[in-house]
Design a protein around this ligand. Structure first.
Ligand SMILES: *Cc1c(COP(=O)(O)O)cnc(C)c1O
Length: 475
């Protein structure tokens, strides 16, 4: 590449890294910033300027070399580098158990105890009564048995792990009978046939996509059949001409033929949602009452706790599962354990659980409450420059999410926002880049904020985000 004399003189004008580093000392903003972060930002700014001189000299002006220009660019890079990668966002999608946005929020009481366990030593694996080594799992096993009616219980890293571990323990190198209609894929690449293969279990599909009968299971039983497995469809449903075998009948067949029965509930709930005007979803207790050997479910879907996989069932099988070396590889962390125990304790009083576990509160909150919050946001946005922004309240539907209750439509209120001169996609992007990011949804070419999942104290933040957006767009 040919470099002109002008370019050569421009390259010489680029301030040195050491000089810029000295200049940063005059701005107290940079005091708490680690040296490596400052250096990385300075080097990047210098390299960008060099690149511009060489590649797009037309964009270079005397201003490009000004200290204020360079320092503000360094500041922008440092600010972005100092922002944690994992950070809070405002969920205005209306999807309560949103897998991409962290699924479930912990109850305040749970977080307090969690913070204490994180900061201090704990009796994680120490039996305080006996003064010797104890079991990590004892803090939740009793509660899980109490809440589900199971004989024994174990919590592991997540439900995918719970399923893998259970299958490996019960069915490695032997056959597992599953209905074709239940070979589901859950978001984030959990697929029943794949997990089965990794567990060493041999999949024996029976029935058809829409109909599976007891005789299908029965006819498929062979000498090396290790397990009858039922999988909750979670994120889809089969409607119309359908048939599936209730867990109870599968258990009866298993008892007759001496084959264990397992149910992967996926979401798993301790609350009968039909009492709150939502659709009936069998509880974990209902499943256990049907008598299967093992039931697995997630800690952070409808349960509203931390990410975890919970295995409940017959003591005979749980003892074997606990001894499987894979259980050690999937073991639950102490912070998760603290959060899980705290959440389970809230379920001892279902009214308390509904009121304090955010997932349950957001799913069951009355429409009138959503309306009240929506109105607050609506009124605040209405105050803004009407030539630039147009707001409207719209009736809509929120979803439960997280592979749970796929057919459940929750009536909600959304705020539709239109901004003069810019597209819904542009609004969505600007809101997503705000700090904290506000995640809404786009429907019919307009930007919607679903108020079901917006907490009351987040409304003023959303208002400020729109004020900033209006300032940024061309007047
Ligand atoms: C969600 C789900 C899983 C996976 O659970 P994670 O807790 O996300 O690991 C497994 N099986 C079913 C049926 C599910 O719905």
């Amino acid at each position: 590449m040919q470099i002109s004399a002008e370019q050569q003189s421009q390259l010489k004008q680029i301030p040195g890294v050491d000089l810029l580093l000295e200049l940063l000392k005059q701005d107290s903003y940079f005091d708490p910033v680690p040296n490596t972060v400052k250096l990385n930002a300075i080097r990047l700014v210098v390299a960008n300027l060099r690149d511009q001189i060489l590649k797009t000299p037309a964009n270079i002006s005397s201003d490009s070399f000004a200290e204020t220009t360079l320092l503000s660019e360094v500041k922008r890079l440092v600010a972005s580098d100092m922002t944690p990668n994992l950070r809070r966002v405002i969920n205005a999608t209306g999807i309560v158990v949103h897998t991409n946005l962290g699924r479930s929020l912990l109850a305040d009481k749970v977080v307090e105890n969690l913070a204490m366990i994180a900061r201090r030593y704990s009796n994680l694996e120490y039996d305080l009564a006996k003064g010797k080594r104890g079991s990590r799992y004892s803090s939740v096993e009793g509660l899980l048995c109490e809440l589900t009616g199971a004989e024994a219980a174990l919590a592991v890293n997540n439900n995918a792990g719970a399923v893998l571990l259970s299958l490996e323990t019960i069915a490695r190198d032997r056959k597992v009978i599953v209905s074709r209609g239940e070979l589901v894929e859950i978001g984030g690449s959990f697929r029943v046939p794949d997990v089965m293969a990794k567990s060493g279990g041999i999949l024996r599909e029976v029935g058809t996509t829409n109909r599976t009968h007891l005789r299908d299971y029965e006819n498929a039983i062979e000498s090396d059949t290790a397990l009858l497995l039922k999988v909750h469809r979670s994120n889809y449903s089969v409607v119309g001409f359908t048939a599936e075998v209730p867990l109870k009948e599968l258990v009866a067949l298993g008892n007759r033929r001496q084959i264990p029965v397992m149910e992967d509930l996926g979401s798993g709930t301790f609350i009968d949602f039909s009492q709150y005007g939502l659709m009936k979803e069998p509880t974990v207790r209902d499943s256990i009452a049907a008598g299967p050997d093992v039931v697995t479910f997630s800690g952070d879907k409808l349960l509203g706790g931390p990410q975890a996989g919970i295995i409940v069932g017959k003591k005979h099988w749980l003892d074997r599962i606990k001894q499987n070396p894979i259980a050690r590889a999937l073991r639950i962390d102490k912070l998760t354990l603290a959060a899980l125990e705290g959440t389970l304790r809230l379920y001892r009083d279902p009214a308390d659980a509904i009121a304090s576990i955010p997932t349950l509160r957001l799913l069951t909150q009355p429409k009138s409450m959503i309306d009240r919050n929506a109105d607050q946001l609506y009124q605040a946005l209405k105050q803004m420059d009407t030539a630039k922004i147009e707001v409207e309240r719209v009736e809509s539907i929120s979803k439960s999410g997280g592979g749970s209750l796929p057919l459940l439509d929750l009536p909600t209120t959304c705020i539709r926002v239109k901004v003069a001169q810019i597209s819904a996609n542009a609004i969505e992007k600007m809101m997503r880049r705000y700090d904290p990011p506000v995640i809404g949804r786009i429907e019919d070419d307009s930007f919607l904020l679903d108020i079901r999942t917006v907490q009351e104290d987040e409304i003023s933040t959303i208002v400020t985000a729109f004020q900033k957006l209006l300032q940024e767009i061309v007047p």
